[in-house]
Design a protein around this ligand. Structure first.
Ligand code: SAH
Length: 268
């Protein structure tokens, strides 16, 4: 059976601690005691860990569980995949973030597109913390050892200027011929070994800013109204390849999940 896995809120080289909701659950619901062994992710690495101290307080925020970290366990790396997700209806967007996390996405950048509704664009920045919490919960639930990086929302122009993945794929409901699979197969021969897979670069990257995570592939999904013609040509300028997921128009969140699932079979 898989041992219960926790993601540390703070750590040193040999210790880790949980606070807040995770600690409250462990201390009060699971009745944690010193000596118990759990799997704990600290600084992106999975360890066998032994509880050394439990503080159970009356309020959730008063709980704390301390661990000594034992041996490092082998872990599964994220897919080297960056999702540029246009901001759309928040409940659907949250669903997309949760599912993308379960499927192994390394990074999500919420993008303010021309057809992102104004009120959503205005409150997107405030939402980012909530999106990060959703990604954390989904990481725990899916037994990921890392949490995807959820960037602050930025305008499309900036997102395209900053993108460094060698393979850049635009999911487009107007593309007729090139499929996502075609584009991925093409990229396999040209980009292989150019960028280190996150699992290989992970150790050196330990102390680096998580937003600098290297990905080999970027996928862009448009808002409910789709991309505008100006945005489509901006993508072309930045050498993004438009692809289709088939003749049916998918909701943005469906397109995101389908695209990640297809990509994952080509880039693991
Ligand atoms: N407003 C458009 C649909 C936009 S769907 C219309 O009704 O015509 C939102 C996003 O999902 C699109 O911008 C695209 O990125 C993606 N998408 C939806 N269906 C797709 C398909 N068949 N192929 C590729 N991408 C698709």
């Amino acid at each position: 059976m898989t041992r219960r896995r926790w993601i540390a809120d703070a750590w040193t080289a040999t210790t880790a601690s949980l606070t807040g909701d995770q600690a409250a659950h462990l201390a009060r619901v699971l009745r944690a005691e010193p000596g118990q062994i759990y799997d704990v992710v600290a600084n992106g690495f999975l360890h066998r860990a032994e509880i050394t101290h439990v503080t159970a307080g009356a309020n959730d925020q008063d709980n704390e569980v301390l661990f000594t970290l034992h041996e490092e366990l082998s872990s599964d790396a994220a897919l080297p995949l960056h999702l540029l997700l246009a901001v759309f209806k928040f409940d659907h967007m949250e669903w997309a973030i949760e599912k993308a996390t379960e499927l192994g996405i390394a990074k999500i950048t919420p993008v303010l597109a021309r057809r992102t509704e104004k009120h959503l664009a205005q409150s997107a920045l405030k939402r980012a913390e909530r999106w990060r919490r959703i990604a954390l919960e989904a990481s725990k639930q899916s037994r990921r050892t890392d949490i995807p990086n959820i960037a602050d929302p930025i305008p499309l122009k900036q997102a395209l200027a900053e993108e460094s993945s060698p393979t850049r794929i635009l999911l487009s409901e107007t593309e007729q011929s090139t499929t996502l699979t075609d584009a991925l197969e093409d990229s396999q021969s040209t980009t292989k070994d150019r960028v280190p897979h996150p699992s290989q670069s992970h150790r050196e990257a330990r102390d680096e800013d998580p937003s600098s995570i290297q990905t080999t592939h970027a996928l862009a999904i448009g808002p409910e109204g789709g991309w505008t013609p100006e945005e489509m040509s901006l993508f072309t300028t930045h050498q993004w390849q438009p692809v289709t997921l088939g003749p049916r128009i998918l909701r943005a969140e469906t397109a995101a999940i389908a695209a990640i699932a297809i990509a994952s079979t080509h880039i693991t």
